[in-house]
Design a protein around this ligand. Sequence first.
Ligand SMILES: *[C@@H]1O[C@H](CO)[C@@H](O)[C@H](O)[C@H]1NC(C)=O
Ligand SMILES: *[C@@H]1O[C@H](CO)[C@@H](O)[C@H](O)[C@H]1NC(C)=O
Ligand SMILES: *[C@@H]1O[C@H](CO)[C@@H](O)[C@H](O)[C@H]1NC(C)=O
Ligand SMILES: *[C@@H]1O[C@H](CO)[C@@H](O)[C@H](O)[C@H]1NC(C)=O
Ligand SMILES: *[C@@H]1O[C@H](CO)[C@@H](O)[C@H](O)[C@H]1NC(C)=O
Ligand SMILES: *[C@@H]1O[C@H](CO)[C@@H](O)[C@H](O)[C@H]1NC(C)=O
Ligand SMILES: *[C@@H]1O[C@H](CO)[C@@H](O)[C@H](O)[C@H]1NC(C)=O
Ligand SMILES: *[C@@H]1O[C@H](CO)[C@@H](O)[C@H](O)[C@H]1NC(C)=O
Ligand SMILES: *[C@@H]1O[C@H](CO)[C@@H](O)[C@H](O)[C@H]1NC(C)=O
Ligand SMILES: *[C@@H]1O[C@H](CO)[C@@H](O)[C@H](O)[C@H]1NC(C)=O
Ligand SMILES: *[C@@H]1O[C@H](CO)[C@@H](O)[C@H](O)[C@H]1NC(C)=O
Ligand SMILES: *[C@@H]1O[C@H](CO)[C@@H](O)[C@H](O)[C@H]1NC(C)=O
Length: 795
Amino acid sequence: MVIHPPLSLLLALATAHSSYAAPPSYNSSNSSLAHAPYKNPSVPTETRVQDLLSRMTIEEKTAQLLQGDLSNWLNVTDGSFNQTGLELNFEQKAGQFYVGYPILWDWLATNIRIGQDYAVNNTRLGIPAIVQTEGIHGFLIGNATIFNSPIGYACSWNRSHAEQMGLQIGREARALGVSQVFAPLADLARELRYGRVEETFGEDGFLAGEIAFSYIRGVQALNVSAMVKHYAAYSMPEQGLNTGPVHIGERELRTTWLPSYKRAIIGAGAYAVMSAYDSLDGVPQVADYHTLTEILREEWGYEYFVSSDAGATDRLASPFNVCPSPLNKFGQDVSEGNECVTLNALPAGGDVEMGGGSFNYRAIPSLVAANRLPLAAVDTAVSRVLRTKFHLGLFEQPYQIAPKAEWNNIINTPAAKQLAREIDRDSIVLLKNEQATLPISKSAKVAVIGPMADGFVNYGDYVVYESQYRGVTPLAGIQNALGNSSVSYAQGCERWSLDQSGFPAAVAAAEAADVAVVVVGTWSRDQVELWEGLNATTGEHVDVDSLDLVGAMRPLLQAVINTSTPVVVVLSSGKPVTESWLSNTTASLLQQFYPSQEGGDALADILFGDVNPSGKLSVSFPHSVGDLPVYYDYLNSGRGGATDSGFLGADGVLQFGHQYVLGTPQAWFPFGFGLSYTSFAYSNVTLSSTNVTASDTITATVQLTNNGTRDGAEVVQLYVKDVLASVDVPNLRLRGFEKVMVKAGETVSVGIEVAVGDLGVWGKGMVYGVEPGQFNVYVGAGSGDLRGSAAFFVG
Ligand SMILES: *[C@@H]1O[C@H](CO)[C@@H](O)[C@H](O)[C@H]1NC(C)=O
Ligand SMILES: *[C@@H]1O[C@H](CO)[C@@H](O)[C@H](O)[C@H]1NC(C)=O
Ligand SMILES: *[C@@H]1O[C@H](CO)[C@@H](O)[C@H](O)[C@H]1NC(C)=O
Ligand SMILES: *[C@@H]1O[C@H](CO)[C@@H](O)[C@H](O)[C@H]1NC(C)=O
Ligand SMILES: *[C@@H]1O[C@H](CO)[C@@H](O)[C@H](O)[C@H]1NC(C)=O
Ligand SMILES: *[C@@H]1O[C@H](CO)[C@@H](O)[C@H](O)[C@H]1NC(C)=O
Ligand SMILES: *[C@@H]1O[C@H](CO)[C@@H](O)[C@H](O)[C@H]1NC(C)=O
Ligand SMILES: *[C@@H]1O[C@H](CO)[C@@H](O)[C@H](O)[C@H]1NC(C)=O
Ligand SMILES: *[C@@H]1O[C@H](CO)[C@@H](O)[C@H](O)[C@H]1NC(C)=O
Ligand SMILES: *[C@@H]1O[C@H](CO)[C@@H](O)[C@H](O)[C@H]1NC(C)=O
Ligand SMILES: *[C@@H]1O[C@H](CO)[C@@H](O)[C@H](O)[C@H]1NC(C)=O
Ligand SMILES: *[C@@H]1O[C@H](CO)[C@@H](O)[C@H](O)[C@H]1NC(C)=O
């Protein structure tokens, strides 16, 4: 979603008083409809849908397929109310309305209530709207709980965490009247140049599907709808450029990309789906009958609605050139271009048109009248919207706004903060622990260094304006743990600068300390600053052609590592950074993907050993951007055979190889990798059966021993290899995982189920089937750290 808030917003937010007008007087609902079947919750949903549909005019149907906006009746700058805007909104764009503005809670709740009451009481049929905002790592409103970014919380590999987060986001959203969040993503991080890597659950479809599933179960338990985005396979654009074309063949689409969407949409029962901006193999996804109808509806049986992304339908005219320009704006006559967009997108399965563009779907009534668009196509789309509304319970309860006095007991509560801290610390990945520098003793003198250490919280995108000034920075977290007297701080450099004039102070701080903690990485911006174009290195529409640290950050690391003080480098980022030379230094290394508002305290929990690190990478780290793609589940013919790597030796001598001449296609850190302050031994992998059929479910069991001296949690990962297949298939695929806490010295038995039917191949005729033969099951601590195996046979 792209929002363009007025610049005057900055002024508005400084003034905390509201001046909106008193709500208008309302009429009661049309009493002759009071006993209509669609108003009766005891009538079956499909009957209600058909009853309501049969009463609707074509204009009313069209209005259900267009997204309205809170700003039509609320001036989000000064809080003033606009009655004409309210009436027009619900006459023309009544299906849903967007509310993702950085405004006061009270403005939001009051004006959502005004909108919904108007929809219910003052429109002919009284159809409530769906109230929409963002929520990928927190409900998008000021002072709501900010969780760590999706790429981060996926590293916790904890389904329960994702579900608890979904619940909290749902609780906060509904307390102010919101009924739908544009979350989660089921896209995969397989093109790391792309700016939105941080919004994904990483590179693997199974992990992403499980985390998305759990989030949706949480949020929808409170009758707040998820909207799974961006269907389908949006995140591997050409050149890594946002909205760029995606070139994925049908087999790769089905094998690798679609499972996470299916798990989220069908598995978790998501009430809405958002289509993607890009073209997939040349077909614009807003109008792709194959993915939106043949796969999503006919194969999967999805029955709710699909919305386009903001302004996405307009792209059929420009840049796709599928439809003629111009597209006339709302209020102007419908153009040939508007008609073309509607005729392409709606019958393909693009049910709802989001705002941010030309509102092409207002062409529906005239197209139907001219027999150019079948009424049945409109009815199908409208019935999907109504089905979502009935299942969400909106007709019975158009909003779940909590009394104002309760808001602080629901939003950003101590329990929510605690949850954010737990998820964050369980997501931090220990990449390297040189000479057991970590955990740091609490009696140590610690120098905190680096541009991401203080002054702002290094949040990912999709946080509300000025969020970065709220939350616990790494410096604050370390001070909270140790007290101010044993902690020194030096920024070293600005994140966006080449200026090294701060290095002497940083080096001096390191030298005077027992341990130096240096926090560097990438950065994004809040939703206002991002779209204003302020400098950033990740986030929506912020793509890179290098994954190295920017500016003076690498020299800063080198300067601090060159002191004799032990160094802990904390990579605070939204995607992998490629500083693999760190492996050949004495520095220890932690990865904290964009943090929660409790990020500094979560980091301190790990640094000082109050919590044993248990995060595992949701995405592989390459050595260089030139190695992309670097995901672990390459096809059998992929990099596995490449063993002749070259490099620039520490002695400065060039060592030539062939794959690559001066590099390696192997990951720096592979998917699933992560260390602990304890160690685990895996033994005795067994399978519940070894000769099976495609309809069986087998259980793999492994004995997991914590053979170190600290309690710790381990993510037991199960990978499967299809030994012989009729086509080139992934060499290895994650098919199950369990995260378990094991006390020091103890052994637990961990069982993981695998449904054999999920292990099929999209064969040469693009027919799915489990092929007979041998399958190897590997159990281990990461995709590159397989500790035990067993085989089974499909007859
Ligand atoms: C309420 O609606 C009825 C028709 O249902 C109309 O006759 C009446 O004037 C309306 N009252 C107000 C206050 O708008
Ligand atoms: C909203 O209010 C501001 C400040 O009063 C004003 O400058 C702006 O024009 C208003 N916006 C709209 C859309 O009316
Ligand atoms: C109120 O909304 C109407 C309809 O969109 C618009 O024409 C008018 O300019 C708005 N008035 C103000 C004061 O913003
Ligand atoms: C309008 O509708 C709401 C439900 O959205 C209801 O709670 C409220 O009482 C109604 N108000 C009036 C004035 O009829
Ligand atoms: C109330 O609903 C009935 C049945 O749909 C319709 O005939 C009538 O025009 C409606 N009244 C108003 C004021 O909208
Ligand atoms: C957030 O809290 C701050 C400090 O209490 C307050 O000034 C600001 O208005 C709040 N913002 C919102 C959107 O509630
Ligand atoms: C997973 O998360 C839940 C709560 O969200 C927590 O209680 C549990 O301890 C976590 N599991 C592990 C193994 O860390
Ligand atoms: C980056 O943005 C900041 C504002 O956040 C600004 O102060 C700084 O000058 C910018 N630096 C560069 C090099 O663009
Ligand atoms: C570390 O240095 C050795 C020898 O110089 C080299 O083989 C290896 O690739 C380097 N490791 C990394 C991660 O750069
Ligand atoms: C624990 O087990 C691992 C894996 O078998 C082994 O590498 C390690 O040496 C063991 N550690 C101890 C302390 O026994
Ligand atoms: C593994 O199996 C062997 C043989 O049955 C047994 O002796 C051993 O105790 C088992 N190890 C664990 C950790 O359960
Ligand atoms: C299981 O299948 C394999 C491979 O087909 C075969 O060699 C083996 O005898 C079978 N085992 C049993 C118990 O049927």
